[in-house]
Design a protein around this ligand. Structure first.
Ligand code: ZN
Length: 301
């Protein structure tokens, strides 16, 4: 009797142990192959997470390439993806998608670690340089496009790495090794941009959507935006920009694939130039920044 009692006790503890293990496993990961599920807001962050997380992570992007993060709304299946994730890396700099959706996303999965990729970054004011000489700068609050500077990208990668270590501590050395390799690549990119732009004399460029403020500040350039405060320019704004482009000898007008290039095309036509697309949301971060560098050097030299 006594022996039977002891056996059932150890059986119960065994069952409890198995149950506890199952519960812990569920907390660890809900993804196939035991991978860590990470959700990010925009595609460049997916590149950062994959660079650090390698084969240990599965990444889901909320705002798909080509969509505008200022207006995008997630689909129901994306919200289901959120409910299975271990970690969410938000940009954290005030992009409208997150302002509108971050509370609902956190509510969807309260166990998910939310990493703020802006927390180590010195935010800058949105400086919109206008063509009108009397109103050269307008401030529209903080500039949310933090990821478009390789120096900022390094800080974002560091925060993503710390987050992955929190949710998957046993692979810490794997994550830190990958992080260090990627940071070295970002340093090389930064050096190449600095050198590539060193000989450029006319350091101003015209772009539709003012996404390149951190980039411009980092490398001593001036971004002149067509869009002002998120709005299409008026006929007078366009006339002023045409005048300014002529004065500055600018022949290339930049636009982003997420936005209608109509006003950029009007200006390009008037100055006898052309529109070139540069993508602030491409997933291959380093490759894309090198393309942007090439286009800027060609446009400004
Ligand atoms: Zn933007």
């Amino acid at each position: 009797m006594r022996k039977y009692y002891a056996v059932s006790l150890s059986l119960i503890s065994l069952i409890l142990l198995v149950l506890a293990f199952l519960v812990i496993s569920c907390h660890e990961t809900n993804q196939p192959d035991g991978k860590i599920g990470v959700v990010v807001s925009i595609a460049p962050q997916a590149d950062f997470v994959e660079a650090v997380g390698g084969e240990k992570v599965i990444v889901t992007v909320m705002v798909p390439p080509g969509a505008d993060p200022h207006t995008y709304e997630p689909t129901p299946s994306q919200m289901v993806g959120v409910s299975k994730a271990n970690m969410y890396a938000k940009v954290g700099s005030g992009i409208e998608f997150e302002l509108a959706w971050m509370d609902k996303i956190s509510q969807q999965n309260k166990k998910m670690l939310v990493v703020d990729c802006s927390k180590s970054i010195q935010m800058m004011e949105m400086e919109e340089h206008h063509a009108d000489e009397h109103d050269d700068k307008q401030h529209q609050g903080e500039d949310p496009h933090i990821w478009l500077s390789p120096q900022n990208a390094k800080l974002m990668v560091g925060d993503i790495c710390s987050g992955l270590i929190k949710v998957d501590h046993q692979n810490e050395s794997y994550y830190t090794r990958n992080r260090d390799e990627y940071l070295a690549k970002l340093d090389a990119l930064d050096k190449d941009i600095r050198e590539g732009l060193s000989g450029v004399i006319n350091r101003r460029f015209i772009v539709f959507h003012p996404a390149w403020g951190y980039f411009a500040r980092g490398y001593g350039l001036e971004q002149i935006s067509i869009e002002i405060g998120g709005k299409e320019p008026s006929a007078k704004d366009i006339a002023d920009l045409i005048q300014k482009a002529k004065e500055l000898g600018i022949k290339i007008i930049f636009a982003e694939p997420q936005f209608n290039p109509r006003s950029a095309e009007i200006i390009a036509k008037e100055i006898g130039g052309r529109v070139v697309f540069i993508d602030p949301l491409a997933e291959d971060y380093i490759g894309n920044m090198r393309l942007v560098l090439d286009e800027l050097v060609k446009a400004m030299e």
